[in-house]
Design a protein around this ligand. Sequence first.
Ligand SMILES: Nc1ncnc2c1ncn2[C@@H]1O[C@H](COP(=O)(O)OP(=O)(O)O)[C@@H](O)[C@H]1O
Ligand SMILES: [Mg+2]
Length: 387
Amino acid sequence: MANIALESVSKVYPDGTRAVHDLDLEIEDGELAVFVGPSGCGKTSALRMIAGLEEITDGTIKVGDRVVNDLPPKDRDIAMIFQNYALYPHMSSFDNMAFALKMRGHDRSEIKRRVDDAARVLGLVDVLKKKPRTLSGGQRQRVAMGRAIVREPQAFLMDEPLSNLDAKLRVQMRAEIARIQRDLSVTTIYVTHDQSEAMTLGDRVAVMRKGELQQLASPQELYREPANLFVAEFIGSPAMNLVEATIEGGLARFGEYSLPVDGRAGLGSYEGRKVALGIRPEDFEDAALSDAPAGSRLPVTVDLREDMGSEIFLHFSVSAPHVATEEVRDAVETEEALAALENPAGTPFVGRVGRESRAREGDRIEVAVDTRMLHFFDLETSASISK
Ligand SMILES: Nc1ncnc2c1ncn2[C@@H]1O[C@H](COP(=O)(O)OP(=O)(O)O)[C@@H](O)[C@H]1O
Ligand SMILES: [Mg+2]
């Protein structure tokens, strides 16, 4: 097993497409790292360069202490698991997993040991004699993983391996992959466009946009301290509420509202200037359920109440401009959210409040804000403004 290091790695395709730009990161030995970002941001290109399936335009890739830039895929000792796995239909699960080992001339007892070990980890012991068509979708996926596992590679690379499965099976297999990876502790890079998958799976998550790394951090850190507006908007569901605000005399003013920002030294140089203010939905509470001070309460009109059972989403509108920079647009995931960025009437907000909230559609209520949790970003650079 080994760590994987990328040093200033770039990929420019022959047609001039710059798919990956100056990627610098290190995945530790045994770590499960996730690459996440919108379609086209360069995840697959990055993975294929690590696997050796795509030439590197610039930079260095190391596996362990070996530079692998010029090694063919088969000599890199890395197993890649794709979304479209093809099992041999006429072979049993055992033979499907054993195939590559036989081709490599391993002896029978060694093959049996490795396949049995993999089957135990994967929960396939009872279906080793079965052919693919008699297996469930999840079992087939696990056999495909088994074929990679039996090679006992230095690292696994997985490119959206679950995207062909239905939602329920996907969540189940996600948990399986996390468990298997922990059991084997093989360095793994997992690629997905789904931020919730990234957050639940990764020890660390690398967020990419347009071929560039935005932030590499633990899920908690990405969520609590997004490095820029792209990460802030992309990570978290419902997304962070973002609005333009002006910093004035220790207050962030937006629309008819103002919130105290005392003690945020980083905002010192922004006096009188516009910034992006971000508030996570859960940092709101129905003021009727809160003893928050008057200064952190905002009167709002409830546009929509969504009862989620364990909590309630209250939607309301803030009459201040959207933060609709290119970074934010790139991170927005739905057409509705993109359309909302064009709405001149105001900026839609979502608050996640306690399930005891009695607020109904059309009610004029107060919401309390946990002002310690406010996020601020520079509108020009998009970077987070430090505390
Ligand atoms: N073989 C190729 N030739 C030219 N452009 C490519 C090729 N493969 C991918 N691209 C382009 O490179 C960019 C990154 O693609 P990709 O790595 O597949 O992103 P992702 O996996 O994040 O969706 C995209 O603009 C894509 O169209
Ligand atoms: Mg891809």
